[in-house]
Unconditional design. Structure first.
Length: 209
């Protein structure tokens, strides 16, 4: 599986993935979620231009470089917040969502961010229970940052709070920058008891014989 930055030509395909990924919610009585429109093209393009939209592809399969899943992320307070992650149900159970999230975790670590965060449905098997299996924990309300509170308020206005939702967080390990290797100190010239002048430094500067 390969994770790469999204291209403009990918964006309509990401909308198709979002529609397909919403359909399983219908069987849980969540038609409101299943019928929700995918992100508009101009919003996806803004994420793409900002370098915050990535897709997963399988170059070795019949689908080639066609996106099978995608993720959008925003910097929120001290974390990289997963705004959306969706996988085509036809490509489910191949670790695509896990790979996309691992890509974000590595990126957050390189940027010195403390964690990944997300909001999700509590009782949907492929939502909160899945994220708990891959290292996320549910945040108590007193742990919410200002940014997460704003996100939850916006979700409530959109009607998502008709089903239980939670904020979750996964810490990421900071990437240690390699220490600079000190240059070896020059050895002092060895005294020549014969009285002849020392030529070792001159040979080094001249580049050899």
């Amino acid at each position: 599986m390969r994770t790469r930055s999204a291209r403009r030509s990918d964006l309509p395909l990401l909308q198709d993935i979002e529609r397909a990924a919403g359909e399983p919610f219908r069987a849980l009585g969540m038609a409101f979620v299943a019928d929700d429109d995918p992100p508009p093209l101009d919003l996806l393009e803004s994420y793409r231009l900002a370098g915050r939209c990535w897709v997963a592809t399988d170059p070795l399969s019949a689908t080639g470089d066609r996106p099978l899943g995608y993720v959008l992320a925003d910097p929120v307070d001290d974390a990289l917040h997963i705004e959306q992650v969706s996988v085509d149900p036809a490509a489910a159970r191949r670790g695509i969502g896990r790979d996309l999230i691992a890509h974000l975790a590595a990126l957050a670590a390189r940027r010195g961010m403390a964690a990944l965060t997300l909001t999700t449905f509590t009782d949907v098997p492929w939502n909160a229970p899945y994220y708990a299996r891959i290292g996320f924990r549910v945040l108590a309300e007193h742990e919410f940052t200002d940014g997460l509170r704003a996100i939850r308020a916006e979700e409530a206005q959109h009607g998502l709070d008709r089903w239980p939702r939670v904020c979750m967080r996964r810490e990421v390990a900071a990437v240690a920058r390699p220490a600079k290797t000190p240059k070896p100190a020059k050895a002092p010239p060895v005294p020549d008891d014969s009285g002849a002048s020392d030529t070792s430094e001159a040979l080094a500067v001249s580049g050899g014989p």
